[in-house]
Design a protein around this ligand. Sequence first.
Ligand SMILES: *Cc1c(COP(=O)(O)O)cnc(C)c1O
Length: 367
Amino acid sequence: MEIPFLSFDNMHTRIKAEMCSAFEKVYDSHWYIMGNSLNTFEKNYASFCNTDYCCGVANGLDAIIISLKALNIGQGDEVIVPSNTYIATWLAVSYVGAKPIPVEPRADTYNIDPTLIERAITPATKAIIPVHLYGQACEMDQIMPIAQKHNLFVIEDNAQAQGARCKGQITGSFGNINATSFYPGKNLGALGDAGAITTNDKELYNKANVIRNYGSEKKYYNMIKGINSRLDEMQAAFLDVKLKYLNEWNRERNEIATYYNEGLKNVTDIILPVTANECTSVFHIYMIRTKRRDELQEFLRNKGIGSLIHYPVPPHMQEAYKEMDCKKGDFPIAEEIANTCLSLPLYPGLTHAQVDYITDMIASFFR
Ligand SMILES: *Cc1c(COP(=O)(O)O)cnc(C)c1O
């Protein structure tokens, strides 16, 4: 049986007619940047996140960069980031001239450990960027009070967790200003690059709007040195179609994850995903861990099963961050995750028969 790591077959076949009519509507409107489709999607995505405002941007990295710029974070500032994340979180901090300060994750949930945040705070600290990694909400009920106590901004990196919740509150609505990505493979994915910012703060929203469009509110009048990071009409129209299915697709992802857990519960050699108290996951990724990760990945590949490693090298060990002069063992939990993690196929349309095949193969590998 051939099972790719990710397939759009089921999702995109089902909505093809709606997507084509969204395309035609934008095509025939002859208006391709900053128009009605963007306005509509921004309104609908803000409503999905239960925030007052949404500002569409070109991608998830820009969403974090623009959020940092809107908060005036830059040279000389420190920003707390997880040691276990996709590198974009760190790159955004570096790009505005600030310094990423890594904090280790919990070894069970893989999200930033709230109990380790306070010791990383210095007089230069300006903000915390919790990343809701692999689809699971961070423990925002613990992180927000720490930020308040130390007068720090919070920017959620919600690229992987659209629709997840902590204590019933949806991700993307906790921080002062929050970033997300609609990279095609994300739970809500465009047909190209796209991203967004969500906030309840009108002033930050206005600033983000201006920064993404050349620092201009009124055409050809530039208040600040902004950038071009607009979400185009075509992607906004596609996203607006897919947004209607997001809750249903997230439920299906959860159902598949539960089915995996059931199928793998007797395989004692692997560690299964754990969700923190009061937090939910939208299972952007279903990740298991084993010391024999590379062998298992090779075995599955030979059985036709795709898998990926999220991520093989933590940011502090990347060549791009050689100036941090990190040694092996500086952030041991992030390193252990990188050395043992394996993400299995999980997407709407993945059948129980396919999951049965995958879990049977994993069980046979360890037998
Ligand atoms: C995908 C991702 C980003 C970046 O999004 P792009 O749209 O690819 O720029 C940022 N942070 C995390 C955690 C991501 O997974």
